[in-house]
Structure formats: C-alpha cells, structure tokens
Design a binder for this molecule. Structure first.
Ligand SMILES: *[C@@H]1O[C@H](CO)[C@@H](O)[C@H](O)[C@H]1NC(C)=O
Ligand SMILES: *[C@@H]1O[C@H](CO)[C@@H](O)[C@H](O)[C@H]1NC(C)=O
Ligand SMILES: *[C@@H]1O[C@H](CO)[C@@H](O)[C@H](O)[C@H]1NC(C)=O
Ligand SMILES: *[C@@H]1O[C@H](CO)[C@@H](O)[C@H](O)[C@H]1NC(C)=O
Ligand SMILES: *[C@@H]1O[C@H](CO)[C@@H](O)[C@H](O)[C@H]1NC(C)=O
Ligand SMILES: *[C@@H]1O[C@H](CO)[C@@H](O)[C@H](O)[C@H]1NC(C)=O
Ligand SMILES: *[C@@H]1O[C@H](CO)[C@@H](O)[C@H](O)[C@H]1NC(C)=O
Length: 492
C-alpha cells in the first residue's frame, strides 16, 4: 500500500515541507502527566491507525481490514477506537466505528457473519463481543433503535459461546474453533476461555444477572483445573489439545491470555467484592510482570516472540489488549492503580519514543524497550502504542457504567437465535473450505506456530530463578538458529 496516497492533501503538504526542511526525526516526546501531551499524541497515533482501514470507503466492506489482517483484528481495532473516544472525547471516528460494528453482526446479530463462519474461532467472535461490551460500558452512542444494540450483541455472543461449552473432553472448556472441520477444533486455547470469561464477568457486572457470573466462575475453575493458569507463578499458558484430555499444556505465554484473565478477574472482583477474587486478581497481576522487560523490567514486551523476532501479524497486536485490559482493571479494582501505573507510564513513554517510521516519520514499531524504531509498521503496532499512550488518562476518565448507574444500552438476554448450538455453517451457499482458509482467518496461535517451534524463544520460564525472563531465555533449551548464532536477540 502506498501510504502517502492516504494522507489528506494538507497532510501531504506538511510531509512535503518536513522533507524539504530535512527534519526527518520527529519522535514523540510523551509527557504522561500532561493531558494535552497525551491527547495530542493520541490524536496523531489514532489518525495513523485509521489510515490502515478502508472499510468505510465506497466499494469496500465495513469492518474488514485489508490483507494481511484477519477479521477479528478489525473487531479489536474498533475496540481501540471506542477507547480513543472514551479517553479523549474526540468523536472523529465514532461513525466509522459504529458502521463497522453494525455491518459485521451477521444474520442473528451475534458476530457470526456468513463470510466468516467458515473459519471463525470463539476467540475471533469474542473480540467483537468485547468491543461492543466496551461500547455499552462507556455509553458509546447507541445505534438507531431499528439496529442491534451493543449490550444485546454482547449477550448474543455470550449465549452462542455458553452453548459451545464442551464437557465431553477435558471436563469442560471452549474449543478454539467453532466449526468441526477447522484446524484447531481439537484445541482448547486460553484466549477463547479468557474472552468468554471476561465477557461473562462484565455482563454480570453490567446487568446484575448472576447467571453470567456463574459461567465466569465455571470458566475460571476450568482454567485452574487444567493448570492453564499455574497457581504457583500465576502464568497463563496458551492452551491444550483434547487428544491428551488437556493434560499436555502448550507452555507459551502470550500477553493477551494473561490480560483477558486479569480483565475478567477484575470485573468479578468488582461484582462480588470478595477477598477470593481480589486474591486471584492480585496474583494474576503479579504473574503478568513476566511481560515487562528492559533495564528496569518495566517496559511491556511480547516476550514469546519479540526478542527472537518471530511475532506474526496477530501477535503484533497483543500488547494492545494487555494494555487495554490492565487499564480497565484499574476502574474495577482501584487498589491496583498504584501497582500497575508505573509500568504503564514507563511503557507509554518508551512506546511513543520509538514511533519514527513510515513516510510521515511517526509510525510505530513493535518493540518498545529498545529506544529506537524497529522498522516494522502495522495495525497491531499502531493500536498497541495508542492504547498505552491513552492509558495515562485513566485516572481522569469516568468509571464504566452499569444498567443501574447510567448505562443506556438495551439488552436481549436471549440473543443468538439459531446460531446457538450450531457447529456446522448454515445455508446452501457456503463453499467447501480451501487449505488456505484452514490456515487463514482464525487467530493464529500455537497450532500454526508449532511448525516454527524452533524459532520460539520463550518456552519454560522458571520463576524460582533469580534471572529475569530474558536472561533465562538466553539459557533456554530450544532457540532459533539465528539466536544460537547470536543474531536473533537484541540481548545477545
Ligand atoms: C487529570 O486531572 C487533573 C485535574 O483536573 C489535571 O490537573 C491533570 O493534568 C490531569 N492529568 C491527566 C494525565 O489527564
Ligand atoms: C460478505 O462478502 C460479500 C462479497 O465480498 C460482500 O459483498 C459483503 O458485504 C460481505 N459481508 C460482510 C458482512 O462482510
Ligand atoms: C478428562 O479430564 C477430566 C477433567 O479433569 C476428567 O474428569 C475426565 O475423567 C478425563 N477423561 C479421561 C478419559 O481421562
Ligand atoms: C440471565 O442470564 C441468563 C443467561 O444468559 C438468561 O438465560 C436469563 O434469561 C437472564 N435473566 C434475566 C432476568 O435477564
Ligand atoms: C467497582 O467499580 C466502581 C466503578 O469503577 C468503583 O467505584 C468501585 O470502587 C469498585 N469496587 C471495588 C470493590 O473496588
Ligand atoms: C532499520 O533500517 C535501517 C535502514 O535500513 C537500518 O540502518 C537499521 O539498522 C534498522 N533497524 C533495525 C532495528 O532493524
Ligand atoms: C507451575 O510453576 C511452577 C513454578 O515455576 C513449576 O514448577 C511448575 O512446573 C509449573 N506447572 C506447570 C503445569 O507448568
């Protein structure tokens, strides 16, 4: 894509002038204490994020990002645009956000549009569900009355997922994929559980309906029983296959898995006000420190892949969700503010500083702890940098609402229609899937990553070690060829 073509005419002129003046380095110098600094940098980052999206343009499909971004990431990006409006009050992108969120709802208003069902995973659907849940909690402008409403959409996602709870294998849990023949149907991954868990907890909080909390409890218990959450170090592992009855765990740690569990635990703590949930949340929060590196161990990093340079398109965006969810946690569990805020602040300054890429010299890269641009650009990088920048506004932002405290979104507890219980796509018009589809649209977690297993650095971390994760990584067992040769990691 020719990025310059997308810059509006005035912007192009400005870029031209900058080029003429030879001022090529315009790194953001973020002052996390100044709302003006945070908002003006957020505005530019948001503009650059939206420059990747063309779904609102004639001839394109609202709610889809161009290749190589999968459907779910557009849903995640709409969540970032909702956050942008919530933190800054700037409604510039509200219309394209609503348009996308409403275009992709599918026939039964549950984020199972026909174009996606052939490759859709529970996590993919979950990300759209969590975005509309945020819309309800922040009182994002409601859709016209004849359109589906934010809360009702979130409930429909929840209902379709609860019906897929699979007690036949592993004593419960959601499978990764929704439909039987998809790669990954045999895998129960943490992010699918985390999305369902967090959605249930937030629905309980918003509606006051205990049924949602019961499901959240059930999901939590399952994560503990399978040991996907390790209650010694509170790490959250990626998932497990049903062929071993979930006894063999895939031990990679990705930031969004921990983030999703933290988000749900925070909402459950707020809902129950119990010491049990407070302890669970505080423990997970300690465990999530594994995602902070750099000389002071306070800069967020996708440790499984950044230092070995193997992050895929999906993984470029994961820090956006850990950030978003740690920040939301603060509202539901205010005692965590002093624990996490120093990490978010330090990460935000580092993230903003490395945004020096692209024709406009301010596109953000992936790696934050290095102090310099890493030459990568993308939706994920841009979303993550924007989310961490905006997190500085949390203390001054309003609390999420509930139905009892100003929430205006209209619900539908029975939403989901005939998608409830379905594990084959409906309709005569679905085409047989191709091999490319199989590897395609779902979130690429470890099933696909397994083929490049040798390239993964972050395998078994031992929290009893006095070494930090990166030092342990260096001594670890299965490193990439490049890393063994001293090329892959900036820490060599
Ligand atoms: C938060 O609000 C206070 C009081 O209005 C203001 O002084 C401060 O600059 C704000 N900080 C941020 C980061 O928004
Ligand atoms: C599904 O794909 C068709 C053909 O590309 C397109 O016209 C339609 O708008 C898409 N619908 C959704 C919900 O993406
Ligand atoms: C599979 O695991 C579940 C939960 O731990 C257990 O209840 C069940 O008996 C196991 N099934 C088999 C066949 O081992
Ligand atoms: C509470 O939620 C459950 C689960 O979705 C639903 O079946 C039930 O109708 C809801 N109850 C009310 C009063 O909305
Ligand atoms: C629950 O969340 C509300 C809204 O953010 C907050 O005011 C309240 O203190 C929280 N409750 C607890 C127990 O932390
Ligand atoms: C980025 O690209 C520039 C120019 O090609 C190169 O000098 C620099 O080393 C690269 N930086 C990284 C982190 O790869
Ligand atoms: C949980 O963490 C402890 C402490 O690091 C470790 O000894 C144990 O093997 C871990 N359990 C699993 C299932 O990974």
């Amino acid at each position: 894509m020719d990025r310059l073509r997308k810059v509006p005419r005035l912007g192009r002129l400005a870029v031209g002038l900058l080029l003429a003046a030879g001022q090529l380095t315009t790194a953001y110098n973020l002052n996390p204490d100044s709302a003006d600094s945070v908002k003006s940098i957020s505005k530019q980052m948001a503009e650059d994020l939206v420059s990747f999206y063309n779904g609102n343009q004639p001839g394109n499909t609202p709610g889809l990002l161009p290749d190589p971004y999968y459907w779910w990431e557009a849903g995640a990006m709409m969540g970032t645009l909702i956050d942008y409006w919530y933190y800054t009050g700037d409604d510039t992108y509200n219309d394209i956000t609503s348009q996308a969120l409403l275009f992709q709802v599918g026939e039964t208003n549950d984020y199972m549009p026909r174009n996606q069902t052939r490759t859709e995973g529970n996590d993919d659907q979950g990300f759209w569900g969590l975005s509309v849940m945020s819309a309800a909690e922040y009182n994002f402008p409601n859709p016209p009355a004849d359109k589906p409403q934010w809360l009702a959409l979130a409930q429909a996602v929840f209902n379709t997922q609860a019906a897929r709870w699979d007690t036949e294998h592993c004593g419960g849990g959601l499978r990764w994929q929704i439909f039987t023949w998809n790669n990954g149907y045999d895998y129960k991954n943490s992010i699918s559980q985390a999305c369902f868990f967090a959605l249930g907890a937030r629905l309980a909080l918003y509606t006051g309906n205990q049924s949602y909390a019961d499901w959240a409890e059930k999901t939590w218990d399952w994560m503990i029983n399978t040991k996907l959450i390790n209650t010694t170090n509170w790490y959250v592992y990626d998932g497990a296959g049903i062929e071993t009855n979930c006894t063999v765990l895939t031990p990679y740690q990705f930031s969004y898995n921990a983030g999703g569990m933290i988000l749900g635990a925070a909402a459950m703590y707020n809902y129950t006000e119990s010491q049990t949930w407070k302890n669970r949340l505080d423990n997970l929060l300690q465990g999530s420190k594994v995602f902070f590196t750099g000389p002071n161990n306070n800069i967020m990093s996708e440790v499984a892949c950044e230092s070995v340079n193997t992050c895929n398109v999906d993984e470029h965006s994961f820090k956006a969700y850990l950030t978003r969810w740690l920040t939301m946690m603060i509202k539901w569990a205010p005692h965590t503010y002093k624990v996490i805020m120093p990490y978010l602040r330090a990460s935000s300054v580092a993230a903003a500083k490395q945004c020096q890429g692209g024709d406009n010299k301010r596109m953000c890269g992936l790696i934050w702890y290095d102090g310099k641009y890493d030459n990568t650009t993308g939706v994920g990088q841009q979303m993550a940098a924007l989310e961490i920048t905006m997190s500085n506004l949390i203390a001054n932002s309003s609390a999420p609402v509930t139905a009892d405290s100003g929430g205006t979104s209209v619900g539908d507890p029975g939403g989901g229609g005939d998608d409830i219980g379905r594990n084959q796509p409906k309709g005569p018009d679905y085409k047989p899937i191709t091999a490319a589809d199989k590897f395609g649209a779902a979130i690429l977690t470890v099933i696909v990553v397994a083929s490049v297993v040798g390239a993964m650095g972050f395998i078994f971390l031992d929290e009893t070690s006095t070494k930090g994760p990166v030092a342990q990584l260096k001594g670890c067992c299965r490193r990439s060829k490049e890393e063994r040769q001293g090329k892959g990691s900036p820490y060599q």
